[in-house]
Every structure is written in C-alpha cells, then in structure tokens.
Ligand binder design. Structure first.
Ligand SMILES: CC(C)(COP(=O)(O)OP(=O)(O)OC[C@H]1O[C@@H](n2cnc3c(N)ncnc32)[C@H](O)[C@@H]1OP(=O)(O)O)[C@@H](O)C(=O)NCCC(=O)NCCS
Length: 184
C-alpha cells in the first residue's frame, strides 16, 4: 500500500480508511479468543463485515473512526486504533473515545501506545477535540495500561449499559484526557 494512502502516520504505523481487502485479516483477528478475551464473544465473518461497514460509515459521518492500522515498513495490517463518537447513556457520554484492537502477534511491541498517542495528537490538533475518553472492562489491564501510558487519568468505574446482559464484562473503568493536559 502506498504511503500516501495514509490519513496520518506515526513513526512506525500508518492510519487509513478501511478497504474490502481488510476483511480476511480483520476476521482472523476478531475470531481469536486471546484478542477477544475481554469481550462477551468472538465475532463471526458476517459480524466483521458489519463492523467494517460501521467503521466506514462513522468516518463519512464524523471525519474520523477507529482506523485500519498498518506497519509502515512492511505494509502488514495489524488491527484498529482510533477515535469514535459514543452515545450510550452514562454520566460521561456523549463523548469521543479512543480505542484499540490489535492482532496477537502485534502485542508487546509498543504499537498500541505509539498509535494511541498519535491519535490523541490528531484528535486535539487536527480535529479540534477538547476531551477524549477511553473505557475498558476492569479486568483488561493491558488496555488500561495503554490509557495510563498515553497520559489519561482514571475518572471512575461504571456499568456499561450495552453489556447489561453480560455481568462478567459489565463493570468498566473510564479514563479521560483534556486538550490542556495533553503533552504537558
Ligand atoms: C490492548 C492492547 C492493544 C495492548 O497491546 P500491547 O501490545 O500490550 O500495548 P503496547 O503497545 O502499549 O505495548 C506494551 C508492551 O510492548 C513492550 N514494548 C516492546 N517494544 C516497545 C517499544 N518500542 N515501545 C514501547 N513498548 C514496547 C512493552 O515493554 C510492553 O510490554 P509488556 O506488556 O510485556 O509490559 C492489546 O492487548 C489488544 O489488542 N488486546 C485485545 C483487544 C482489546 O482488549 N482492546 C481493548 C478493548 S477496550
């Protein structure tokens, strides 16, 4: 993939719109039980097709999304990192959140933290956002660690309204960062 197809990049990663060709690799990632450990279930091929449509539509409507992410040096697709508008009802929503989901072989290399920092930067500098939140289940320490490493602050815990049927996954942490704190 050409470097100029990226919307923006970090030192090692390129962030781009979703392509139909991403389906096979993204479906593998979403069917991996390690990757989906902190979600109620893995996703079927059909659900991944629907997810890609949702991510594309979100980009058209908002000008940002959870982007498809490649390693620049090899063009290898490794998953998604990005920003999304969340409307589920809590004390801190509606809000823009930052999220990440990488294939297992791309963990432990600092890609999530590098990519998330770049997305915060893009959100505050290019998109004009003032606040970005992030949420994950209380057991997902790897994800919570990314939040801490990119300078976010824990605001509290809450029951995720979309996971009321899954008590094991319902309890979440919420982190936040505001523009004036970023980079300070
Ligand atoms: C959450 C997730 C993205 C975190 O990935 P990660 O690789 O642990 O996160 P980072 O990018 O911050 O990498 C940190 C690790 O890379 C190591 N690392 C290696 N090279 C590095 C480098 N150049 N720079 C920084 N860290 C580096 C760090 O030491 C650290 O290792 P450790 O976990 O053994 O302490 C990943 O676990 C994932 O995709 N999980 C499944 C999906 C999910 O749960 N998403 C969140 C839902 S809310």
């Amino acid at each position: 993939m050409e470097k100029n197809r990226y919307i923006f990049s970090s030192e090692r990663l390129g962030f781009r719109s979703w392509e139909n060709e991403d389906l096979e690799e993204f479906a593998k990632l979403n069917s991996d039980e390690d990757v989906m450990e902190h979600f109620p279930k893995t996703l079927s091929n059909k659900e991944v097709v629907e997810l890609i449509v949702k991510l594309k539509d979100h980009f058209v409507e908002n000008g940002f999304t959870y982007y498809a992410v490649d390693i620049l040096e090899t063009n290898e697709f490794i998953g998604m990192i990005g920003l999304a508008a969340q409307k589920y009802i809590t004390k801190f929503t509606p809000a823009i959140d930052i999220g990440w989901r990488l294939k297992r072989s791309a963990w432990g290399k600092g890609y999530a933290t590098e990519g998330a920092k770049r997305c915060l930067d893009y959100g505050f500098s290019e998109l004009g956002l003032n606040k970005i939140v992030s949420v994950t289940t209380i057991k997902n320490t790897k994800s919570e660690n990314v939040m801490k490493k990119i300078g976010m602050t824990k605001k509290g815990e809450f029951n995720h309204p979309e996971l009321a049927d899954y008590p094991e996954y319902e309890k979440h942490v919420c982190y936040e960062i505001v523009k004036s704190e970023y980079g300070s």
